[in-house]
Ligand binder design. Structure first.
Ligand SMILES: CC(C)(COP(=O)(O)OP(=O)(O)OC[C@H]1O[C@@H](n2cnc3c(N)ncnc32)[C@H](O)[C@@H]1OP(=O)(O)O)[C@@H](O)C(=O)NCCC(=O)NCCS
Length: 339
């Protein structure tokens, strides 16, 4: 749920820190000229009551002029007025100014993540095929099912299970609670997927009784058809260590290779602490392309650090078509012959 978006424009008649809705942001940028800074914050209706996530960007040539401080002050105001207390945001190793700003506010790094990519031409396809063959041998009776596009209503419950399983991904020091999605949230997510023009393929993993015990999802973005985005992969803790994630990811990759000829690479993001996921991705040939820090800080402390003269901590330191509801297709993944 987006709570607010702000834009600062460089035109002299435009007041800095103009408030705008997400649509208004676009309009004010067009009216006023070059946007030089933006900020947004949002909270999650399905979880963590105390947390406000946020983004803040200032263009290079307008940094160190107080724009970031001004916009973050607005975010603190909204956060506290909503009764929330913890701010969470990310910085990227490619933009050191973000880290310097976060340290100056006294924020703490709570989780470190890597973004990694594998070029499909570099994948060891013999290994991928062996993971697909070994899957049903290591986990007899289990099966995979593909769902293309938005979930049909009868798969909402499985999508909810997959999202619940994802709550067991490592949070490290992030002081956030579970986000528990319901079937209404799945429908809303899917509406957003369609409105954004994205396509999604899901593999659900089922136990011998047919119950969903995990899955993996990828998305395709029409504006960058050569890059496939690997999203959630999760297996219920009671079914881990059976090769199910390797089987599901291998089946997905094999399908991307045969049915998405424009795809050149797969990109994903993982916490450095996620040993099982990194083990699978490293074996597939994913290589880190950049790292990011997730920071957290109490809004009251940030507001205090922003005050003039505050005693701050030291500075050291072929595109898939738009899918509409009803377009989803479901298919069972055939089991490969055992070697
Ligand atoms: C990551 C996850 C999907 C793996 O599921 P899984 O079905 O147990 O995985 P598999 O059995 O297919 O393969 C696990 C592989 O990871 C490696 N592995 C497992 N545990 C490991 C550990 N503690 N340290 C290092 N490597 C480990 C092994 O290589 C293993 O393969 P092997 O059994 O053939 O040797 C599962 O742990 C999970 O759901 N975690 C929570 C959700 C999550 O974090 N998802 C990723 C978010 S980015």
């Amino acid at each position: 749920m987006a709570t607010m978006a702000l834009c600062v424009c460089c035109h002299p008649t435009c007041e800095s820190g103009e408030w705008a809705s997400a649509t208004g942001l676009m309009r004010s940028s067009l009216r006023c000229g070059r946007p030089v800074a933006t900020a947004a914050c949002w909270s999650n209706a399905a979880g963590y009551q105390r947390v406000m996530e946020c983004d803040l960007f200032v263009v290079r040539d307008r940094r160190r002029q107080g724009l970031g401080t001004h916009l973050l002050g607005c975010i603190c105001e909204v956060t506290e007025s909503e009764g929330r207390s913890l701010l969470v945001w990310s910085t990227f190793d490619t933009v050191p100014a973000g880290e310097a700003f976060a340290r100056r506010l006294g924020a703490r790094v709570a989780r470190v993540n890597r973004t990694s990519e594998v070029q499909l031409a570099d994948v060891d396809w013999t290994m991928v095929e062996s993971w697909m063959r070994e899957g049903p041998v290591r986990a007899p009776g289990y099966s995979l099912e593909m769902v293309d596009g938005v979930y049909p209503f009868e798969r909402y419950a499985d999508a909810v299970i997959l999202h619940h399983i994802m709550q067991s991904a490592p949070r490290d020091d992030l002081d956030v609670d579970d986000v528990i999605l319901g079937e209404d949230d799945i429908a809303e997510h899917d509406r957003a997927l369609v409105e954004a023009g994205r396509q999604r393929w899901t593999v659900f993993v089922r136990d011998p009784s047919g119950v969903c015990v995990g899955g993996t999802e990828v998305t395709f973005e029409p504006w960058d058809p050569s890059t496939v985005l690997q999203q959630n992969t999760g297996i219920d803790p009671r079914h881990r260590g059976l090769g199910l994630a390797k089987w599901a990811k291998a089946a997905m990759l094999a399908r991307i290779r045969s049915e998405q000829p424009q795809a050149r690479r797969v990109r994903t993001g993982n916490a450095f602490s996620n040993a099982p996921m990194l083990a699978i991705n490293d074996a597939l040939g994913f290589k880190a392309i950049h790292t990011s820090n997730e920071w957290q800080a109490h809004a009251a402390a940030v507001r205090h650090a922003l005050e003039p003269g505050a005693d701050r901590p030291s500075r050291t330191s072929t595109t898939p078509a738009l899918v509409r509801e009803g377009d989803a297709t479901i298919s069972e993944v055939p089991v490969q012959d055992a070697p």
